[in-house]
Design a protein around this ligand. Structure first.
Ligand SMILES: Cc1ncc(COP(=O)(O)O)c(C=O)c1O
Length: 353
């Protein structure tokens, strides 16, 4: 556990790796844009832009999707806004962020002036509840976790809950897991639990900004007090309704099954390359890969038209780690071919960025 912000850039994200012409194996959004049926609903929603947004239908839809009460739902401008609301509304004596993980929660807590302890899990990045300081009254972690792709068992997560502690589980990638067996989204019985969800990854909506959190009613009310009025736009609320319908949930689940096949294929092929190690049992839409020379390999891949996500801006990882998005099979094959070429036939080092 470290209480210091060491020198990593918590605000670096995969989109910074992109440039025109590069194949994107860096960003975790799974579609280039929303599916046609969803796009049609978004377009239709533009007719009501003259009115202020009403979140209640979306609240009811999200509540029904997770078997919760609408009062236990707060719609947010992406999962990212949920982390800012938590940082604004709560006054933790000690927040603990479990790493390596998505860095916005820690960035938001630090920006609000809260003390943050880092709990750094060693490889293979499985959660050890005893590593979390007992006096942490706010604990944040992801499931499945970005960037490790590790899925923690629900029981290991709930072991962290206790009276007087807020336990935030970032489930931005939960719908990558068919049937979502380890999700806590439906659990109204766990004290202090806040589940944060995103609709931007699976549905290709990163530019729309839509997510939500699920928590006990009193906590939802407190977080809502910290939220700017009308923070979530009408099209974003329409997306939340649409993506909560049983047919959409079934579509996401089918996509998760397909993802698993593509991920196994990519993982096996990358693991077969010289010097590469893929973190075991990935559950999300990306793989974490250990390589002999991260900066060199990343530059070689860029020179071959492929952007991957550097690992060294995640606390607990170093320059030897890269995160690779799982795409469709032909795209994954291109990525593997570029890795193979970069590892076996390096280009002139002078072209490296
Ligand atoms: C683990 C995790 N949580 C949350 C987010 C933010 O999602 P949103 O686009 O809904 O703000 C991301 C985005 O990369 C993420 O990786």
């Amino acid at each position: 556990v470290t209480a210091l912000a060491d020198a990593v850039d918590l605000r670096h994200h995969g989109d910074a790796e992109l440039a025109p012409g590069l194949l994107d194996a860096a960003v975790n959004v799974r579609l280039p844009g929303p599916p046609r049926w969803l796009r049609a609903e978004l377009v239709a929603s533009l007719d009501s832009l003259g009115s202020y947004p009403d979140p209640e239908p979306a609240r009811a839809a999200v509540a029904a999707r997770h078997g919760r009460d609408p009062a236990e739902v707060l719609l947010t401008a992406g999962a990212a806004e949920a982390f800012v609301l938590l940082a604004r509304a709560l006054r933790p004596r000690l927040a603990a962020c479990v790493h390596p993980s998505f860095t916005e929660p820690e960035a938001a807590l630090r920006a609000a002036g809260h003390p943050v302890a880092r709990v750094v899990l060693p490889e293979p990045f499985r959660l050890d509840p005893t590593a979390v300081p007992t006096d942490a009254d706010l604990v944040v972690l992801g499931n499945p976790t970005n960037p490790t792709s590790v899925l923690h068992p629900a029981a290991t997560l709930t072991a962290l809950a206790r009276p007087g502690r807020v336990l935030v589980v970032d489930e931005a990638f939960a719908d990558c897991v068919p049937g979502e067996p380890e999700s806590l989204a439906g659990r109204g019985d766990v004290p202090g639990l806040v589940v944060v969800r995103s609709l931007t990854k699976t549905w290709g909506l990163a530019g729309l900004r839509i997510g939500y959190l699920l928590a006990a009613r009193a906590l939802v009310d407190r977080l809502a007090e910290a939220q700017p009025r009308w923070s979530v736009s009408t099209p974003a609320l329409v997306a939340a309704c649409a993506c909560s319908r049983p047919a959409a949930v079934a579509e996401a689940s089918a996509a998760a099954v397909q993802l698993a096949g593509c991920r196994d294929h990519l993982s096996t092929r990358l693991a077969g390359l010289p010097g590469l190690r893929v973190v075991a049992d990935p559950a999300a839409s990306f793989l974490l890969v250990h390589v002999p020379d991260g900066p060199g390999l990343r530059a070689e891949l860029r020179a071959r038209g492929i952007a991957v996500r550097r690992g060294d801006t995640f606390p607990g990882l170093g320059p030897s780690w890269l995160r690779v998005s799982v795409r469709d099979r032909p795209t994954n094959d291109r990525v593997v071919a570029a890795f193979r070429a970069a590892l076996t036939r390096p280009l002139d080092r002078r072209i490296r960025a």
